[in-house]
Design a protein around this ligand. Structure first.
Ligand code: NCD
Length: 306
């Protein structure tokens, strides 16, 4: 039962609970009218202290497709946080108006803190470079829809693996599925954090760290591209030096398997050239749409209407 539960990081839900969400998302995708109006009268607070397009819009679309409404802010400058209000107070206030809260915040751990002050469920829509569990639900649903299951995969993550919270959440979640191998492709400065590699070692997950996308390409079933997270860099020179270090183009796609799946949480900057968009293996725009269905499944479950 997910009613009343918060989602702060992927480990909060069991595999069975995630499976339940994927089945529900697939039903919502097939039957446009299923659960329509089930959230009538319910309010979702969307508190975005950091920029967002897909995550915020897909939550709002999901809530409205269920018949509910949203309130909130997309720019912290327009909230009382800019007057010095504490996160705890902002959350208490939002919880007194809304039935659930979705929050994105630049500080690692902010979502966990919020959940401790909130009497209503809190969904983490990204806490700094830490986690982004609803992007992970989106990623897993996309793999499942395209392959039929989430097992026996070699998954490559490429780009900014240090600051990329979507990578941290996905690696953590995938480590719980059967026979998953991982390849972490990044420059030395942007390697995946040690707490992730330690977790994988503990679970005996086979993984390799490499600098070369070309070498990795032929081995992969899924390639998860990410942008270099400019906003988390301390200096612009480093960002400029590293930003175009990996660019997935047609030539590299030719080295990949025929049934390779290319994912990207988006926004893309330069790391996938637009010529790849026409390749049937490019799944990132489909992925964005699946994100809305899985968020509908999540909201209807935590609000207890299903
Ligand atoms: C990601 C994020 O915010 O972490 N975007 C998203 O939610 N789809 C990835 C990114 O910003 O690079």
């Amino acid at each position: 039962m997910l009613k009343g539960r918060s989602l702060i990081e992927p480990g909060n839900f069991s595999l069975e609970e995630m499976d339940g969400l994927f089945c529900l998302a697939e039903k919502l995708e097939k039957e446009e009218t299923y659960l329509r109006d089930s959230c009538r009268g319910k309010l979702l607070a969307t508190l975005f202290f950091e920029p967002s397009t897909r995550t915020r819009l897909s939550f709002e679309a999901a809530m409205q497709r269920l018949g509910g409404s949203c309130l909130g802010f997309a720019d912290p400058g327009s909230s009382s946080a800019s007057k010095g209000e504490s996160l705890a107070d902002t959350i208490r206030m939002a919880a007194s108006y809304a039935d659930a809260i979705v929050m994105r915040n630049p500080k690692e751990g902010a979502a966990l803190l919020a959940s401790r002050y909130s009497p209503v469920p809190v969904i983490n829509a990204g806490d700094g470079g830490h986690h982004h569990p609803t992007q992970t639900l989106t990623d897993l649903l996309t793999i499942r829809r395209l392959r039929g299951n989430i097992e026996n995969l070699t998954v490559g993550y490429c780009g900014d693996l240090k600051f990329g919270r979507t990578v941290h959440s996905l690696a953590k979640a995938l480590s719980r599925y059967k026979n998953i191998k991982m390849l972490f492709i990044s420059p030395e400065e942007l390697v995946v954090p040690e707490y992730i590699t330690r977790m994988l070692q503990k679970q005996n997950i086979e993984f390799t760290e490499t600098r070369s996308l070309e070498e990795a390409m032929p081995h992969l079933d899924v390639l998860y591209m990410t942008r270099v997270q400019r906003e988390r860099f301390f200096n612009e020179e480093d960002y400029i030096r590293l930003k175009d270090i990996y660019v997935l183009n047609k030539e590299k796609m030719d080295m990949g398997k025929n049934d390779l799946i290319i994912l990207h949480p988006l926004p893309r900057v330069n790391e996938i050239s637009v010529e790849v968009d026409a390749d049937p293996r490019a799944a990132y725009f489909k992925q964005a749409r699946y994100g809305m269905y899985v968020r509908m499944a999540l909201l209807s479950s935590i609000l207890g209407v299903v």
